[in-house]
Design a protein around this ligand. Structure first.
Ligand code: FDA
Length: 305
């Protein structure tokens, strides 16, 4: 039943008609629990209150699967606005973004041009940029773009998903670039021909790559709400003698807020991923797919309204 619900929400997450409709009608159905607002001003207020609690942030102007150049350019403009707001307001925040929002499905030229514009602004404002990882069909291309940009700019990292079979090899290959990587379980619906279908295998592979990446001496962002993985990370860093400035934990805005604050109190760096913008639908559907309890929360919200 749980798997069927997961598949259903992941299927819905890709529906373009619903994506368009959601944009038109604004934040609905309890999405505000996971999305900071539709504008950078609203997101800035959220960032300030998180920073005040000792939490670092990465912000994401929501958008994905853009299929025309004008929209991709507009997405890049919005990310540059976000970078400038971070600089202007002295926020402790980085930027995250998806390559399909920058024009990955249009051409390499469009996506690289937009990314270079963003990285110039990010360099000026001292902001680090992380390329989110999307579905498997875009993974190889995203890694190639990351390698290209990493050879030109220092302030860029990307994401590696533990559910993919290719991941161990990617971590090994990327070591030459000494990358700052966010490590995650993986949020998309993938075929068993490319990704571990069983959760326990994903968790095992997650632990394996955390150790591998830290042993390589690279910076790791362990992005998870799973206590078993958090505890494993604490144990591995102790065993390898890795200091708290070579890694951080990351969680999503609106999920396990108390745990986030507790990790800060324990002396760990904790970064919250704060999405904002009008294109909230796909992101929201993936959060519902991850946790059926979130669906109950949404249904309660709908009944109340
Ligand atoms: P999982 O969903 O397996 O949950 C494990 C356990 O955590 C649960 O059993 C429960 O104990 C606890 N838990 C989870 N949610 C909880 C809640 N709401 N309340 C209480 N306990 C809860 N994916 C991707 O493909 N590309 C990307 O670029 C990114 N980027 C990204 C950034 C950040 C900062 C995060 C945190 C995550 C991503 N992801 C992602 C998403 C990621 O791949 C994954 O889908 C989710 O993080 C869910 O997996 P978890 O590791 O949290 O564990």
């Amino acid at each position: 039943m749980e798997q069927a619900m997961r598949d259903f929400f992941l299927f819905l997450s890709k529906n373009r008609a619903l994506t368009k409709m959601a944009k038109r009608y604004g934040l609905r159905f309890g999405a505000a629990r996971f999305v900071a607002g539709e504008t950078i001003d609203l997101a800035s207020n959220v960032i300030q209150s998180l920073n005040a609690k000792g939490l670092d942030v990465t912000i994401d102007y929501l958008g994905e699967f853009v299929d025309n150049e004008a929209e991709a350019n507009e997405m890049a403009d919005q990310s540059i606005e976000a970078i400038k707001a971070i600089g202007r307001q002295n926020l402790t925040a980085q930027l995250s973004l998806k390559m399909t929002s920058m024009g990955l499905d249009i051409s390499d030229e469009v996506v690289l041009r937009n990314m270079r514009r963003i990285l110039e602004a990010a360099t000026e404002n001292g902001v680090f940029v992380t390329i989110d990882m999307e579905d498997y069909s875009r993974c190889g291309k995203t890694i190639e773009i990351f390698k290209q940009l990493k050879s030109e700019y220092d302030n860029i990292g990307t994401v590696i998903q533990a559910y993919l079979y290719r991941t161990e090899q990617d971590i090994a290959d990327l070591n030459a670039y000494k990358p700052n990587l966010r490590l995650v379980k993986g949020a998309y619906k993938e075929s068993p021909s490319v990704a571990f279908p069983e959760k326990k295998d994903v968790d095992e592979n997650f632990k394996k790559i955390i150790r591998q990446h830290l042993e390589n001496g690279n910076y790791a962002a362990i992005a998870t709400h799973d206590d078993a993985i958090i505890d494993y990370t604490k144990q591995v860093v102790k065993e390898l003698g890795i200091s708290n400035d070579q890694f951080e934990f990351q969680m999503l805005y609106g999920i396990r807020t108390e745990r986030q604050e507790q990790l800060v109190k324990e002396g760990y760096k904790m970064r919250v991923y704060v999405p904002y913008g009008t294109d909230w639908y796909g992101y929201f559907m993936r959060r519902l797919a991850e946790r059926p309890a979130n669906v109950a929360f949404v249904l309660k919200g709908m009944v109340k309204k």
